[in-house]
Ligand binder design. Structure first.
Ligand code: GRF
Length: 207
């Protein structure tokens, strides 16, 4: 597809609660992209590694409070003011409230470290997911990249990739395999989604 540069880049906000290795890959991926940029990193945890990563790449950060996030439109206004077009959840542990989902219809993407619809839902994050996969005896796990709607781990799947769960794998080992898949695919899936949906990023960069 032919990309035409117009006046405004597509601005991404990455929401993350943890170490931020996915966030870093995404930042690096779009660093020299003329049409797409990571403009903001949002976190709910002061000690989250992702904040150090954001600082290293000189990306502004926003620390959010649960009551304001869940009960007001304050952050929606803030995101609009910052001209954010797309929200990426990269290890973000709070459920996205419905006012934010509605304000960014089709423009919030999450990554989940298992093959949804299995091993998703409330409480299914981080090691809990990998432990549940191992306990189930499944010989395969993987990643799911999906749109966010009003339910946990539920919106339309954009992409999945798989890895083997082998005898002797523990949650840490499986987490390592999953991270490899995430780092290999997440940025590319985000870029493709933007390119394939110019109607969602109308004031953005693609014709
Ligand atoms: C990833 O495995 C992601 O799928 C899950 O949390 C992890 C975050 O890792 N939701 P990192 O902070 O990007 O390193």
């Amino acid at each position: 597809m032919q990309l035409c540069r117009m006046q405004k880049k597509v601005n991404i906000a990455i929401f993350a609660s943890g170490a931020g290795s996915n966030a870093e890959k995404i930042i690096q991926h779009f660093e020299n992209n003329p049409a797409i940029q990571v403009k903001l990193v949002v976190s709910n945890k002061k000690e989250a590694g992702v904040l150090t990563i954001a600082a290293a790449y000189q990306i502004p950060t926003l620390m959010i409070q649960r009551s304001l996030f869940n009960e007001t439109d304050d952050y929606i206004h803030l995101l609009k003011e910052a001209q954010i077009d797309l929200i990426i959840l990269a290890g973000f542990l709070w459920k996205v409230p419905s006012n934010l989902v509605a304000a960014f219809q089709g423009r919030i993407i999450n990554i989940h470290p298992a093959l949804l619809p299995k091993f998703g839902g409330k409480g299914m994050y981080g090691h809990f997911v990998h432990e549940a996969v191992i306990e189930s005896g499944d010989t395969e796990s993987g990643i799911s990249i999906h749109l966010v709607d009003d339910h946990y781990d539920h919106g339309r799947t954009l992409f999945q990739a798989t890895c083997l769960v082998e005898a002797g794998d523990d949650a840490d080992k499986l987490a390592g395999k999953i991270h490899q898949l995430e780092h290999a695919h997440f940025s590319e899936v985000i870029e493709q989604y933007i390119i394939e949906h110019p109607e969602l990023f109308s004031n953005g960069s693609f014709l």
